[in-house]
Design a protein around this ligand. Sequence first.
Ligand SMILES: Nc1nc2c(ncn2[C@@H]2O[C@H](COP(=O)(O)OP(=O)(O)OP(=O)(O)O)[C@@H](O)[C@H]2O)c(=O)[nH]1
Ligand SMILES: [Mg+2]
Length: 218
Amino acid sequence: MVERTVIGHIAGAVTRYRRRVAGPLDLRFVRSYVDIDDLPHVNTEVAFVGRSNVGKSSLLNALAQRKNLAKTSKTPGATRLMNAFELAPAHSLRWLMDLPGYGFARVSKAEQAKWATMLSTYIEERENLVSVVLLIDGAVGPTALDLQTVEWLESLGRPITYVATKADKVKPSRSKKRRTELTDKLEVQRSEVTWVSAEKGTGIPELRSRIRDLLGAS
Ligand SMILES: Nc1nc2c(ncn2[C@@H]2O[C@H](COP(=O)(O)OP(=O)(O)OP(=O)(O)O)[C@@H](O)[C@H]2O)c(=O)[nH]1
Ligand SMILES: [Mg+2]
């Protein structure tokens, strides 16, 4: 009887621990920004960066286990502004930034240039940006543009957290080869890439815990 109570106690503690570390991120939309000068000081921040349509906003929703926290779309170019989300508790100033994607050819040259300037100014100047979460399409990436982005981030000394998205689109028979291909092109260890599927939930608990760690919220 006593033994059962102890086991129950331990099981409860383990469940609470798992929820705290790997449970949904409690995120609240703060607001959208166009100008880096309008961004307030925060304690820690991570930013989602990647090709347009790679799945940044969908991933944010999966991490929070919310359907429409961030706007997603089949058509590239859904996110046009810098959208800030705060991790609870409120006012602890731990932020997650959803950014417009790069490499979307169907918007005008002028619009592309505007986004590129916004993105580069943000990455170059944002204080307390602890890591760039770089999303790469797991089925096709990294593209030449992804590799250029890696080079640019490295030249700025920005730490990168690699995430391969849409894992569900890779056939199980190709999975091993695809993973090796992706890490070889990125010149990183396999353990440095978190494979996720926003659709199926693969890798989401691991990434939640990684983001909590980065933001100092674990
Ligand atoms: N199969 C599959 N599709 C996904 C996954 N994640 C996102 N998608 C789809 O990919 C498309 C683009 O997703 P978004 O999350 O809007 O992509 P984004 O990177 O935020 O795009 P921009 O805001 O344009 O930069 C949508 O049609 C999503 O449903 C996934 O894990 N698996
Ligand atoms: Mg988006």
